[in-house]
Design a protein around this ligand. Sequence first.
Ligand code: PA5
Length: 443
Amino acid sequence: MKQIELSIKNAFGATTRQDVDALKPAAQQGLRKLTDGSGLGSDFLGWVKLPSETPASLLDDINATAADLRANCDTVVVIGIGGSYLGAKAVIEALSDSFQAYRRDAATRILFAGQNIGEDYLYELSDYLKDKKFGIIVISKSGTTTEPAIAFRLLKDQLEHQLGREEASKRIVAVTDASRGALRSLATQEGYKTYVIPDNVGGRFSVLTPVGLLPIAVAGFDIHALVEGAAAFEEATLTGANDMSVLYAQTRNALYRAGKKTEILVNYNPKLHFFGEWWKQLYGESEGKDHKGIFPAAVDNSTDLHSMGQWIQEGERTIFETVLSVVEQKHELRIGHDEANLDGLNFLAGKRVDEVNKMAELGTILAHVDGGVPNIHVTIPALTETYLGQLIYFFEAACGVSGYILNINPFNQPGVEAYKKNMFALLEKPGYEAETEAIKKRI
Ligand code: PA5
């Protein structure tokens, strides 16, 4: 079977093959820490063997719930933020038709909420849902995150108003902690169908739990294939049969040590925009600690070649890029011949649009390498559930290994609490009286 592949042949210049090789022992030790739990943050390693240990019965149960939601709802709103939304959004966007928010043969539209606190966003969503048969999947591991809690309060009220409390409770599914948190209490009280986010899986590593799988199944995609793709990659990674994750971690750390402080994840396929968003959270929240860590950025090419391209080609030489390259497209579209040829494009007549895109990709990589931007290349045979499962596991494992090479705890996120403390103090949340008093003196 084909699989995703990694090439680092264009990564050298600022760093060398020897520098990358020198990090192999640290990377292999990092991989061992992921399996024997001897590294920092070992309470959060539940994702490491998650794909192979996910029972088919759980996937069947998720598929049954998804079928029920699809049968009863024309729209399902997925409420969550950070790790409780980005993985599902990334996979759904990668697999969906660009001009339908859902597959042609699936009748249910997936929308997202709780990933911002935009008043107009929520007003307009509520307005859109007025005449819709909608359902809600509310996802929060802690069960206390403000953004999704606000969205859920508003949409739950609306659903209950439209359907009555009892009917509404049949169209709400909660994904949360097994026993803790406000969402768990509410779900128990209202009798919602629930799924558990395992204690030992952090938000940004949770796409292959019900957090990602339920929305992906509702969108009509094959979660068995997604998990099987990840499980095969898990086995190959953990047995050492495939060293892609380890090599990627070595290479990006060698580049970081050579002064390349920013990594840009580049796609040449608009369906991968949210994969870049998922990746940014995975690496940013995992590695940005102790005043260390590569800054993860992302661009969508060729679109961003017309905005960020100048900076990447000739700006400060502190960047490297990792390109996601999709080999096969789902559809074939050829450029036509035009007698008048006023646009001068007849040299492309008969070529597929993807051939032009691939030459834009290759030309850009060569130009960037010439301009001092090292390049790591990830080849994805096609955008399917199987290859996305491989890609997710590849990046997750590499992230854990990379964090251990950096000597930080890749699985906590203490820094995300700082804004919450200030926000609650400013909003005068009970329990934050001292912080409120202190912050008022600063503004
Ligand atoms: O990766 C993380 O832990 C965070 O990004 C969380 O996923 C995010 O803050 C949402 O948290 P919760 O699922 O508890 O609402």
